[in-house]
Design a protein around this ligand. Structure first.
Ligand code: UDP
Ligand code: MG
Length: 340
């Protein structure tokens, strides 16, 4: 794995990871606000890792430009679009800092909160996670579904995944080490952080509007993230079949007694409509249960291939300060396999 800390390099106090997918409209503003926030918090002792998640706009060009102008910035380019959670994981795999700050590129998570979050973290906490008090400009549908999703999730997992959070958070090195050691392909990073444990504390904040561009999480992506989250942390849905089976068996018992007694009482019920409804209902329930199994088996299959989680095309990072070689050196293309 490249990008690790060599013996002559000193780890920066802070690493920032920002996944970017077609974010050309926000990048210049993000850069100035983020750098100002970092400088206010830790002086110059930080690095910012921008992950280009296979963007098709000018994101990559801009990130390379940024990197060549400021040696504290790193551009990590993925070979194609891998999705938010994997882009974030790729960034986390090359951080060198002692504390790690994660935020979205679109400025919905205000970079200026870095300083107060660091203050709250102090020496006491390993994770300070942003908890959304309000979400400007997000549809009622999105906020409501997210609300219920977290409540259902919390009922079926055996540890606490705080509601109304995103990936906006500050983490200690040891938490990020735990994440980097988790080989799962279907990643729900905020859940993995909760799973890791250590001392975690919420940081309530108001979520801003997206600065420019549009959301990359349409309903389909949200649904997929929700399924990844549930299947990653709970096997409760697999047990639905048993529960539903008992309900139907009980129903069949009662209904059976009723039918037989009706027969002996001399008025057999005409049953066509009832029968067809029952058959459709049972067929539907069985297909749903099969579908739930499919969600797990599909993920098991994909994981069993043991493929790398993402492909890193290049990392643009300045050479360590002590070495007076040219900045801007691109490391050789490589793949990074968390299972290696
Ligand atoms: N993102 C990414 N890869 C993707 C989709 C999104 O790296 O395939 C990034 C995106 O650039 C942004 C963050 O993930 O920094 C969150 O995306 P977005 O703001 O669109 O989601 P929302 O805030 O609407 O839920
Ligand atoms: Mg956003």
């Amino acid at each position: 794995m490249s990008g690790g800390v060599s013996s002559v390099e000193r780890a920066p106090q802070l690493s920032v990871v920002v996944p970017c997918y077609n974010e050309q409209g926000v990048l210049p503003e993000l850069r100035s606000r983020l750098i100002a926030a970092c400088e206010e918090a830790v002086g110059s002792d930080f690095e910012v890792i921008f992950v280009d998640d296979g963007s098709t706009d000018r994101t990559r060009v801009l990130l390379r430009e940024f990197q060549s102008e400021d040696s504290r910035l790193v551009a990590l380019v993925l070979a194609r679009n891998h999705g938010h959670q994997l882009a974030l994981s790729a960034g986390l795999s090359i951080v060198r800092g002692e504390k790690i700050f994660v935020l979205d590129a679109d400025l919905q998570d205000p970079p200026e909160l870095l300083k107060p979050m660091l203050d709250l973290m102090g020496e006491r906490y390993d994770v300070v996670y942003g908890q959304r008090l309000s979400r400007k400009q997000e549809t009622v549908f999105k906020t409501r579904t997210a609300h219920y999703f977290y409540r259902i999730l919390n009922r079926i997992v055996s540890f606490d995944i705080p509601a109304d959070t995103g990936d906006f958070r500050l983490m200690s090195r040891r938490v990020v080490d735990v994440l980097n050691d988790m080989p799962e392909a279907h990643r729900f990073v905020r859940g993995m952080v909760s799973w890791a444990g250590f001392a975690q504390v919420p940081f309530p904040y108001d979520r801003d509007e997206r600065f420019a561009g549009e959301t990359k999480y349409p309903f389909r992506q949200m649904l997929r993230l929700a399924l990844d989250a549930i299947t990653a942390f709970s096997t409760v849905p697999l047990k639905f079949a048993t529960a539903i089976g008992f309900v139907f068996a009980a129903f069949a018992g009662v209904f059976g007694i009723y039918t037989v007694s009706a027969y002996f009482a001399g008025h057999t019920v005409e049953g066509w409509a009832t029968l067809s409804v029952l058959i459709l209902l049972l067929g539907g329930v069985q297909l749903i249960v099969l579908g739930v199994f499919g969600e797990y088996i599909g993920r098991l299959y994909m994981q069993s291939k043991g493929r790398p989680l993402y492909i890193i095309e290049s990392i643009y990072r300045s050479a360590p300060k002590k070495v007076s070689r040219a900045l801007n050196e691109a490391e050789t293309p490589e793949t990074f396999d968390e299972q290696a």
